[in-house]
Design a protein around this ligand. Structure first.
Ligand code: V0V
Ligand code: CO
Length: 147
């Protein structure tokens, strides 16, 4: 079951400058940063609020680290802006399977590693009325033993 907006992914050319904008304009502080080599991004998570399901909602600021990354391709075409929305669930495997059964393309056979040790998968934007949609189970809610 999808129980929260886990994050909104925002693509930017300059992560440090974008973090500065969110800090000086809104007062949001960086909660976590990491490079995800597989996804080709450097990211900053800004925690907005905790949620009633025990999780939280974040803004995820994304800068590409490779020219062939999906975010680099998207930025070249669209410029900076909202790149994806992510729904949180306690069981990404079950929700991805149920959504696939409804005929929506799930991009990965098995969830991959996302921010802060989460497990993530994506739904094709063309099957979601133009919105690249991510499903995420955060590390503390993972049901498996992968850490
Ligand atoms: C592409 N399209 C989008 C889109 N990206 N539409 C809405 N939002 C987006 N973000 C549209 C694009 O305009 C095209 O439409 C069509 O889809 C095909 O796009 P493309 O440019 O040819 O690109 P593809 O097909 O090579 O790749 C698109 C997909 C790719 C969605 C398959 O971006 C992908 O695999 N995304 C999932 C991984 C990802 O985005 N990782 C970065 C975040 P027209 O022009 O044909 O009409 S990593 C992350 O969130 C992490 C680590 C985390 O949360 O923890
Ligand atoms: Co994301």
């Amino acid at each position: 079951m999808l129980t929260r907006i886990d994050h909104i992914g925002i693509a930017c050319f300059d992560l440090d400058a974008t973090v500065d904008f969110y800090r000086t304009t809104y007062g949001f502080e960086v909660f976590h940063t990491e490079v995800n080599e597989e996804q080709g991004v450097r990211e900053a998570m800004l925690k907005i609020n905790e949620t009633s399901d025990g999780g939280a909602s974040y803004l995820q600021l994304l800068q590409p680290v490779r020219e062939d990354s999906t975010v680099a391709k998207w930025l070249a075409k669209n410029g900076e802006g909202v790149h994806h929305i992510a729904f949180g669930t306690a069981d990404v495997d079950a929700d991805a399977a149920a959504i696939r059964d409804k005929g929506v393309r799930v991009l990965y056979d098995q969830p991959r590693t996302g921010s802060m040790g989460s497990r993530i998968t994506f739904l094709h934007p063309k099957d979601c009325h133009g919105v690249l949609t991510e499903l995420v189970t955060s590390a503390e809610r993972r049901h498996d033993d992968q850490g």
